[in-house]
Design a binder for this molecule. Structure first.
Ligand SMILES: [Mn+2]
Length: 344
């Protein structure tokens, strides 16, 4: 099927046939295998945070930020899980990447993983939308292994899904990671997609504050890192700041350490119930940028009403990121909840 024909269907909210999806995933793998772990991109570019299957909000992003290929986009990962339209979301992004490879860049998030998608909705959604077979989920998750880990804008802004790692001092160390695999539980690759900055404002009187350094993350994977870690990384690598996603922000974005780290969050009213705003970050240069803040698409409200009246499935699938997903308790609980049939 022609890519433009696929795009037409996808923008209309239709699913593509399984053989087409298989071919698209295969084709994109062939392209991504040639990419470095760290891809260089240039301004102007619009940075997008977590989407989590909120397809109508993705369409809203293209509405307010400009369509591809008129606007260049850098997506920071977490395309799937939690929302009801992960399949439509990731399919559209795959086809856009194939059709306009230099206009859109897709970084891997911690949800672009076999293990995580089996617990947070994407696996079940693939089964429900493709006749009970897990083949489509396998095509997608095999493709996820090829997504790049980081991008650098204009040689000075480091972009990643989660954050820094005690195992990564230089960007060259990221370049030599063998990335084409499932996201491991620990190590540099896991930390890049799982870690979070931690503001040490409350500990300012204590110069040796622990939050200035790497700490074990309450998420059960990755680390939290403070300002000292960021200062060192930026200086050593000649970077001026870090853009990342991965954490819900009520206002759609959050600025840490006087602007050295910025979180961009692009899923408004997360899980159709958090009431938060979302943003996309339009970057013109290191010092010129604009947070384009938006609220949920009207379709989500309709969805919310009908979904809530049908068994309150959202509560089953809403789980804040601060939970140890690798714990035995979590694995046992998710093994039962993943069979909940939440499509109506
Ligand atoms: Mn994430």
């Amino acid at each position: 099927m022609e890519l433009d024909k696929c795009l037409e269907k996808l923008y209309a909210g239709q699913l593509l046939p399984e053989p087409t999806l298989r071919a698209l995933c295969f084709k994109l793998k062939e392209k991504l295998v040639k990419e470095s772990n760290v891809v260089h991109v240039s301004t102007p570019i619009t940075v997008v945070g977590d989407i989590h299957g909120q397809f109508h909000d993705l369409l809203e992003i293209f509405h307010i930020g400009g369509p591809v290929p008129d606007t260049n986009y850098l997506f920071l990962g977490d395309y799937v899980d939690r929302g009801l339209y992960s399949v439509e979301t990731i399919t559209l992004l795959i086809v856009l990447k194939l059709r306009y490879p230099n206009r859109i860049h897709l970084i891997r998030g911690n949800h672009e993983s076999r293990q995580i998608t089996q617990s947070y909705g994407f696996y079940t959604e693939c089964l429900n939308k493709y006749g009970g077979s897990s083949r489509v989920w396998q095509y997608f998750t095999d493709l996820f292994d090829y997504l790049v880990l980081c991008c650098i804008i204009d040689n000075e802004i480091f972009c990643v899904h989660g954050g820094l790692s005690p195992n990564v001092q230089t960007i060259d160390q990221i370049r030599i990671i063998d990335r084409i695999r499932e996201i491991p539980h620990d190590g540099a690759m896991a930390d890049l997609v799982w870690s979070d900055p931690e503001d040490d404002v409350t500990n300012r009187e204590d110069v040796t504050s622990v939050s200035s350094h790497f700490q074990v993350s309450p998420r059960g994977a990755g680390y939290t890192f403070g300002r000292n870690v960021v200062d060192k990384f930026l200086q050593l690598n000649g970077m001026s700041k870090i853009y990342r996603a991965h954490q819900l922000c009520n206002e759609g974005f959050q600025i840490y350490f006087d602007g050295l780290v910025t979180t961009v969050w692009s899923a408004p009213n997360y899980c159709y119930r958090c009431g938060n705003k979302a943003s996309i970050l339009e970057v013109y240069s290191k010092d010129e940028f604009y947070f384009n803040v938006f609220e949920e698409a009207p379709e989500n409200k309709l969805l919310n009403n009908s979904a809530m009246s049908n068994g309150n499935f959202i509560n089953n699938f809403f789980n804040d990121g601060m939970v140890d997903v690798f714990s035995d308790e979590y694995q046992a609980a998710s093994a039962t909840s993943r069979h909940v049939d939440y499509f109506l």
